[in-house]
Ligand binder design. Structure first.
Ligand code: SAH
Length: 406
């Protein structure tokens, strides 16, 4: 079967030449023999080759580009691309035997629609698009060749698949049996449920930020301020609190709306040697809506040395931006009210529709309304094993600020 052809409108070739990987229907004159989930050649109006990608007529993004070279996308190609992604993680020293890291970050590793994470000796594959779904066996072969992976699990259960006309697929692909929980060593020991946890089991993207918080807490304690108090809002399984609690004297209040996440958080605390008998002064696990909880704390004039705000995505698209902005403003305003003089707020947005610039403006608006002052100690982003393709601004979804508040 020969690949289909997609012809681009005059004047719309520039982003493609600049290596942006997405082509929307509005940039296309017409498509010939293009089959959903199969490769197509992208050409300009004079039939000059621009790129090779894959087609899906049902998606708003009709072509995702796999290569800007006129080359076959075969087994050897997959091996080469996976090897390249892997070598970055080795060079970042992100691939110890018990550690966890993202090996393939989709468009940002020039492999649109494919996520591969590793948790100790388990690999988790997530196929986001029809082409990747169809190529699964080829990808698995290349992954085994390149990494020697023995245990591979599939977590293709993201809502984005529906837009591609795909159902959810979850289950073992190679090796096994899958243990109930996998222990990884990061800034602390964490138990991860790769079969049912969020994303592929854990928020790997926050690794460096957890380390930064741990470092701040350690030195804050060394300054002799006694026991430090952390409000870990949207705590999931306790990632930030456990990292920061390694240095003793921390009281963390972990708040999440998911009972399952909080149960795992408590299990993680036990696994790290915390005694339930001391929970009153070391850890609390509170099932609550984050917005309500924060508002109540502010009304009760509570105060914390550290406040961490890592809410779920509020705006995936431009249409949801305004509502999302109000949500972030509300959260950050109440968070500012709670931070002790000289304490810290670490605040994040993982909404694709909110730019780094806009996020900073929203947080500034909240600060101004609160009548306090703050410094940006560090702009924050996803860990280095989540690289962002420079030609793909959409790839930078996680943005945060470490602020010292006065
Ligand atoms: N900081 C975490 C990741 C947070 S992900 C880590 O490092 O692992 C966002 C979390 O917010 C999820 O655990 C989700 O269950 C929770 N959540 C979603 N909506 C919420 C709400 N309205 N109130 C409280 N928690 C919520």
């Amino acid at each position: 079967m020969t690949d289909g052809i997609v012809r681009i409108k005059q004047g719309r070739e520039k982003p493609i030449r600049n290596r942006h990987p997405w082509i929307y229907s509005g940039a296309i004159t017409h498509a010939e023999n293009a089959v959903d989930g199969e490769l197509v050649n992208v050409v300009d109006r004079n039939d000059r080759f621009l790129a090779r990608g894959y087609w899906n007529s049902r998606s708003q993004i009709q072509v995702r580009i796999m290569s800007w070279e006129d080359e076959p996308i075969d087994d050897a190609w997959w091996r080469k691309k996976l090897q390249r992604a892997l070598s970055l993680r080795s060079e970042l020293n992100a691939s110890g035997p018990r550690s966890a890291c993202r090996l393939v970050n989709a468009e940002n590793d020039f492999l649109p629609g494919l996520i591969i994470d590793r948790y100790a000796n388990w690999y988790v594959l997530q196929a986001l698009t029809q082409f990747i779904d169809k190529q699964k066996e080829v990808i698995l072969g290349a992954l085994v060749d390149v990494t020697g992976a023995e245990n591979i699990y599939e977590r293709s259960d993201v809502p984005a698949r529906r837009k591609e006309g795909l159902a959810s697929t979850v289950g073992p692909l190679r090796g096994g049996p899958l243990p109930d929980l996998i222990e990884i060593q990061e800034n602390s020991k964490y138990l991860v449920d790769i079969a049912a946890g969020h994303k592929t089991g854990f928020y790997l993207d926050q690794r460096d930020n957890r380390r930064l918080l741990a470092c701040l807490v350690k030195h804050h304690l060394a300054e002799g301020s006694g026991r430090a108090k952390l409000l870990n809002l949207f705590s999931y399984t306790g990632g930030f609190a456990l990292a920061a609690g390694r240095f003793g004297a921390l009281h963390s209040v972990n708040v999440d709306a998911s009972r399952k996440a909080l149960e795992m958080a408590e299990r993680n605390f036990l696994h790290n040697g915390y005694e339930p008998a001391t929970y009153g002064e070391t850890a609390e696990f509170i099932l609550a809506d984050g917005f309500d909880y924060l508002r109540n704390c502010a009304e009760m004039n509570e105060s914390f040395d550290f406040v961490l705000l890592d809410p779920p995505r509020f705006a995936g698209s431009k249409r949801q931006v305004q509502r999302a902005a109000r949500g972030y403003k509300d959260l950050n305003l109440n968070a500012f009210k709670l931070v002790k003089e000289g304490g810290y707020l670490m605040t994040f947005s993982c909404s694709g529709g909110i730019s780094r610039d806009l996020f900073r403006k929203i947080v500034f608006g909240a600060l101004a309304d609160c009548g306090r002052t703050a410094q940006v100690v560090k702009p924050l982003s996803a860990a280095a094993d989540h690289p962002v393709s420079l030609s793909f601004p959409e790839g930078e979804y996680l943005k945060g600020l470490l602020l010292r508040v006065y």
